[in-house]
Design a protein around this ligand. Structure first.
Ligand code: URP
Ligand code: ZN
Ligand code: ZN
Length: 435
């Protein structure tokens, strides 16, 4: 099959309180061992500067052993940022992420979101949203602390699905107002998924990305009385109660959601312990870059929910199409990049921090086993994983430029023209009355 493409990773990233533990080499080596042959990493601005952020990530990514691209986050707004977005697109970035949570570090307001979406649309770049209501979360988190709930469970209790549903609905409606496609990252709840389903049914171009952890884990881990165990499951939006996982799988199987990411944002237990007295200080994030392909095969193909062709679509091809690099990536065709995996459906895998191929002393998927193991990974025509052995060297991964105006933008200008002409008749009527 075509190698997996992971649309959502945070390698070598300073994220609010701490630096993620996997760098471009260790994270990508693990990805290759798990059947992924390209990742799209979130580059973060430095003091709001996209150019400085891009240069920083380009430098860090030089040690890559796997092909990669970047999304860029937008955390403030002014003319300089708007101009820098143009430069980012010239440099091969075609997607920008807006955080509707993480106050005060990263959260943006609706005004900035609208301005950002308009700019994205003019550039043919895809706006992405982290959809949770940051104001409500902050209030709820303070309420937890006042009640004496300081452990990791306070994180889950202060970020209920309704706040994910609200922010998802708001972002979708604002995208409709701007008439732009929208990508919702890490869809974790039925609430958010149903908003996406409604919008898509109405013809809106909204892409929904669930992640490995949301598809196969449920929230009990974060209520574990042992801090280290509970903290390893802490991420945003939180891993939900049992039932959300299966509903997200069903949505993927029917095309309501389109592709699977990992949101790999891994910290070790010492880093998580920064929040031992206050869950608000626990670095947010779980792993998944190595596990994504295996857990999706086992839970969805081995279980009979989807076919192997569906699997290729949701783990690889759809990602290549959305980010406009198909058929170079996401396909096995003459002229494509020869990123290929051999997955043996009769072999088994077992996940453990003790045997994973990356940094960190924990694994949120610890103890999970299943059928379907990636036995060979070929990246760019070279065998890089075979016989449980990695054959990787730093520097062999290439930066993949992603051009703007993917298929999601087809016909957008026609819809804009129709909207403008629909305004014409009422404006003429008002003018006639005034005259
Ligand atoms: O908890 C998470 N998801 N950490 C990574 C950053 C983000 O919001 O995607
Ligand atoms: Zn996010
Ligand atoms: Zn993320």
């Amino acid at each position: 099959m075509p190698g997996g493409i992971d649309p959502h990773t945070h390698l070598e990233t300073h994220f609010i309180y701490s630096d993620t533990v996997d760098d471009f080499f260790t994270g990508q080596a693990a990805a290759l061992a798990g059947g992924t042959t390209m990742n799209i990493n979130f580059a973060m601005p430095i003091n709001g500067s996209l150019t400085a952020g891009f240069e920083d990530f380009a430098k860090k990514a030089k040690k890559s052993c796997m092909d990669y691209g970047f999304h860029m986050a937008i955390t403030k707004w002014d003319e300089v940022v708007a101009k820098e977005m143009e430069i980012m697109v010239e440099k091969g970035i075609n997607s920008f992420k807006f955080f509707l949570a993480y106050k005060p570090a990263l959260m943006i307001n609706d005004e900035l979101l609208i301005r950002g979406m308009r700019k994205c649309k003019s550039l043919g770049a895809l706006p992405m949203v982290h959809a949770e209501n940051g104001d409500a979360i902050e209030e709820a988190a303070q309420m937890m602390i006042d009640l004496g709930i300081t452990g990791p469970e306070g994180h889950a209790l202060s970020r209920p699905p309704v706040l994910e549903g609200e922010a998802t609905a708001r972002a979708i409606r604002l995208a409709a107002f701007v008439n732009t496609p929208l990508y919702v990252v890490h869809v974790m709840s039925i609430d958010a998924m149903e908003e996406i389903a409604r919008a898509r049914q109405a013809g809106q171009r909204v892409i929904g990305e669930p992640i490995g952890a949301g598809l196969v884990l449920e929230e009990s881990g974060i209520f574990d009385p042992d801090f280290t165990t509970a903290a390893k499951y802490l991420m945003s939006p939180p891993i939900r109660k049992a039932g959300h996982d299966k509903a997200l799988q069903a949505a993927l199987s029917t095309g309501v959601l389109q592709l699977v990411g990992s949101d790999h944002c891994s910290f070790n237990s010492t880093q998580k312990a920064l929040g031992i007295d206050d869950f608000r200080k626990i670095p947010n994030g779980v792993n998944g870059i190595e596990e994504r392909m295996h857990v999706v095969w086992d839970s969805m193909v081995e279980s009979g929910l989807i076919t192997p062709s569906d699997y290729v679509r949701i783990t690889s091809t759809e990602c290549a199409r959305i980010f406009n690099i198909y058929p170079r990536k996401g396909a096995i065709l003459a002229g494509s990049d020869a990123d290929i995996i051999v997955l043996n459906p009769n072999a088994s895998f077992e996940i453990s921090a003790a045997t994973q191929h990356r940094n960190s002393d924990t694994n949120a998927f610890e103890g999970i086993s299943g059928k379907g193991k990636v036995e060979v990974t070929i990246a760019g025509g070279r065998v890089v994983w075979e016989g449980d052995e990695l054959k990787v060297v730093p520097g062999s991964g290439r930066y993949i430029e992603m051009p703007p105006f993917s298929y999601l933008f087809n016909g957008i200008d026609k819809a804009d023209a129709a909207y403008l002409s629909s305004l014409n008749a009422p404006v003429q009527r008002v003018k006639a009355v005034v005259a």
